[in-house]
Design a protein around this ligand. Structure first.
Ligand code: SPD
Length: 296
């Protein structure tokens, strides 16, 4: 089959100009417009199902485990006894699936803005949507910003599994949202948020980490490898008022570790080791890897 067949989905975005990531697709299963976004779900030739929102890949089944495991287990293993958890976004259920692996967890709220994302993933992607089947999960379809505003001092961990800061995810990257999350967690609670890529969107990462540092005494930035995101990496921002989030305070049991494909206590530490330009972006508000990066 020619590499130029029209079945290729190419992710082209202003967030990574002049580049495209292409995935070969066998069939389009869903194509619909909701009040929030354009939803497409593909069956790919080699990467399982693939969810695309507003032309941006959200996951492929082949490598989604890397992102969901790190976004969930980095904060949960930084907490000695996580019981009450909130997931903002995450309508595919993948983060829920990972949070539910922790026996200490008693309750998981999930607030997703777009009911159609949940419906599509429940119908076509049970490998991730199985997270919704856990009896500890309570789903709210609504605005995560409003949900956070209505909750005070009640979560051990808040996880923000958002799309990029264009479209419905935009306000989840701002100063006001991070201030509200600080009120919604317990004093010793932890937040973990989708932290983009210091290679592809260094300005977003630079600004985001300045916001995290402004609101949380302890913070760090971790990244993981995900081949089907542009640039091949994505980050997680961690923050807490009372807990050191740079080291895990618990280890997975041997049984749990055997179920995981990415997270280990060792990678929890190693994921924070950044290349020189990444250190400057994340911790010094500096420019990206391009020699001419001016900080704008
Ligand atoms: N550039 C796309 C980043 C998408 C992050 N969220 C993905 C949701 C998977 N649960």
């Amino acid at each position: 089959m020619s590499q130029l067949d029209a079945q290729w989905f190419a992710e082209v975005s202003d967030m990574w100009p002049g580049r495209a990531l292409a995935i070969n697709c066998r069939k389009k299963l869903v194509d619909c417009q909701t009040p929030y976004q354009h939803i497409e779900l593909y069956e790919t030739t080699d990467c399982g199902k693939m969810l695309v929102l507003d032309d941006v890949i959200q996951f492929t089944e082949d490598d989604e485990f890397a992102y969901q495991e790190m976004l969930a287990h980095l904060p949960l293993f930084s907490h000695p006894d996580p019981r009450n958890i909130l997931v903002i976004g995450g309508g595919d259920g993948g983060v829920l699936r990972e949070v539910a692996r922790h026996d200490s967890v008693e309750h998981i709220d999930l607030c997703e803005i777009d009911a159609k994302v949940v419906e599509v993933c429940r119908q076509y992607v049970p490998s991730m949507a199985c997270g919704f089947d856990d009896p500890r999960v309570a789903v709210t379809i609504g605005d995560g910003f409003q949900f956070i505003r209505d909750h005070r001092n009640c979560y051990d961990v808040i996880i923000v599994d958002s799309s990029d800061p264009i479209g419905p995810g935009e306000k989840l990257f701002g100063d006001e949202f991070y201030a509200l999350m600080k009120e919604a967690i317990k004093p010793d609670g932890i937040i973990a948020t989708q932290g983009e890529s210091f290679f592809m969107h260094w300005q977003v990462v630079r600004d985001l980490m300045q916001v995290v540092r402004r609101h949380y005494r302890y913070s760090t930035y971790c990244y993981m490898m995900v081949p089907t995101y542009p640039g091949g990496t994505l980050g997680v921002c961690l923050g807490s008022q009372q807990r050191d989030v740079t080291v895990p305070c618990r280890r997975p049991s041997p049984e749990l570790q055997a179920q995981l494909r990415y997270y280990t206590p060792e990678i929890h530490r190693a994921a924070q080791i950044l290349p020189a330009f990444g250190e400057r972006v994340v911790y010094e508000g500096g420019g990206g890897y391009n020699r001419n990066a001016s900080g704008n």
